[in-house]
Ligand binder design. Structure first.
Ligand SMILES: CCCCCCCCCCCCC[C@@H](O)CC(=O)SCCNC(=O)CCNC(=O)[C@H](O)C(C)(C)COP(=O)(O)OP(=O)(O)OC[C@H]1O[C@@H](n2cnc3c(N)ncnc32)[C@H](O)[C@@H]1OP(=O)(O)O
Length: 360
């Protein structure tokens, strides 16, 4: 029996080589990759010269991976070989002169730029599928975003009302407006700060990426001032410090909530982002100082009224004044200031660092 060479057709992509061996009803197919990067093919089959043993070898232009995928059909033997490095070869074989039995496989043939476009289309398809599957993974995403948007809108309207009300009264009444801030705005502030408890719940439910502790410090800290110091002591309600505390709180919130609203709809205004991540730098320490002044002013009132005082056994005295708890709270306030100042600083760094990276 003669040993003959079959017709072999080839094509490539950036990562693979495709060979089509024109041999029908092939049996005893033996394909191996030699150490010198040469492919050896042997098979019994029906080729151009009838039933025979057919063989060929090809020394590749560049290194290929050792695993070879092969599929024999009635009409042909298909071989797929992976390139070791993903790049376009200028020809198939190391020898410049093309073997006579080798020809391009025009059914699969693509030139380099077409192959690149095919690769790009594949990558885009994979990306699209992964984005779609991520979106599909969370069927409540729309609902969550809708809830957050509404929450932020309500808070924005509430704090804007407080801010505008206080500003207008300041212009009309001057310093006199300081002393009845509580009576004109407290109901709205109660509403907003009760709603703000959701800001502690939201991260627990995984609705926002905020840390639980910074949110808890923020909400608990403000609510102590609002409900315990101002809310429970009438004597505190007409103090000028109420004006400063409420004004500092609402100034940041009229920028923070619209920033979140835009984030919910995937939009950003650079100036608003800058204000959200910069205004806290002067406002937060000023806010803590104003709150500390309110706490200090309330100490003698709690001592006198014995409100919230803890009853003690008669040997230890009448009761322990709530002012001691508040003195401890004053220390906690500055600890809270440190924790949240650091948190906000990191949030600012993270936002502007990632922004810079995107621009580059
Ligand atoms: C009885 C026990 C008491 C214990 C407490 C004792 C200590 C108390 C001390 C308290 C001192 C408080 C002083 C304070 O009251 C003074 C003032 O407030 S003065 C005014 C100035 N204040 C501020 O500037 C603070 C404003 N507040 C905040 O910034 C936040 O409340 C804070 C939790 C501090 C930080 O916010 P957050 O961690 O959420 O940062 P980000 O805004 O960057 O958000 C992170 C990502 O989550 C997304 N997000 C967050 N919330 C929402 C939302 N509602 N809707 C939609 N998306 C939201 C946000 O977009 C970010 O996502 P991404 O990273 O993808 O952009």
């Amino acid at each position: 029996m003669q040993i003959l060479t079959p017709h072999v057709y080839w094509a490539q992509r950036h990562g693979e080589i495709y060979l089509r061996v024109d041999l029908s009803d092939a049996t005893d197919v033996d394909i191996s990759l030699q150490e010198d990067n040469t492919l050896q093919f042997k098979a019994q089959g029906h080729g151009a010269k009838g039933d025979n043993q057919y063989e060929f070898s090809l020394e590749f232009l560049e290194q290929v991976k050792p695993e070879i995928h092969q599929k024999s059909t009635q009409r042909q033997v298909d071989i797929k070989i992976k390139k070791r490095e993903e790049r376009w070869w200028e020809r198939l074989t190391l020898r410049e002169k093309k073997p006579l039995f080798l020809a391009p496989d025009f059914d699969r043939w693509l030139d380099e730029s077409d192959a690149e476009m095919e690769l790009q289309a594949k990558e885009e398809k994979i990306n699209r599928i992964s984005v779609e599957s991520r979106v599909r993974k969370d069927p409540y995403l729309g609902l969550k975003k809708g809830y957050l948007f509404m929450y932020n809108l309500v808070q924005f309207l509430g704090f804007s009302w407080i801010f505008v009300n206080m500003t207008v009264r300041l212009f009309i009444l001057g310093q006199d407006s300081f002393y009845d801030t509580f009576h004109t705005t407290a109901d709205m502030m109660y509403f907003c700060q009760m709603m703000a408890v959701l800001e502690v719940i939201n991260p627990l439910l995984g609705l926002v990426k905020t840390g639980f502790f910074p949110a808890m410090i923020q909400v608990a800290g403000r609510n102590v001032i609002l409900f315990v110091i101002f809310g429970s002591l009438e004597e505190m309600q007409n103090q000028a410090v109420v004006f400063f505390v409420f004004y500092l709180w609402s100034t940041i919130e009229i920028f923070r909530y619209p920033f979140y609203m835009l984030a919910c709809i995937g939009t950003e205004w650079k100036l608003l982002t800058w204000l959200r991540y910069s205004l806290w730098i002067p406002l937060y320490p000023l806010g803590v100082v104003a709150e500390a002044v309110a706490v200090i002013q309330s100490l003698p009132i709690f001592d006198e009224s014995r409100l919230f005082s803890i009853p003690l056994p008669s040997v230890l005295g009448r009761s322990l004044s709530f002012s001691y708890t508040l003195q401890l709270y004053l220390v906690l306030m500055f600890l809270g200031l440190f924790i949240n100042f650091r948190h906000l600083y990191k949030q600012r760094q993270r936002r502007y660092r990632s922004r810079k990276r995107k621009v580059r």
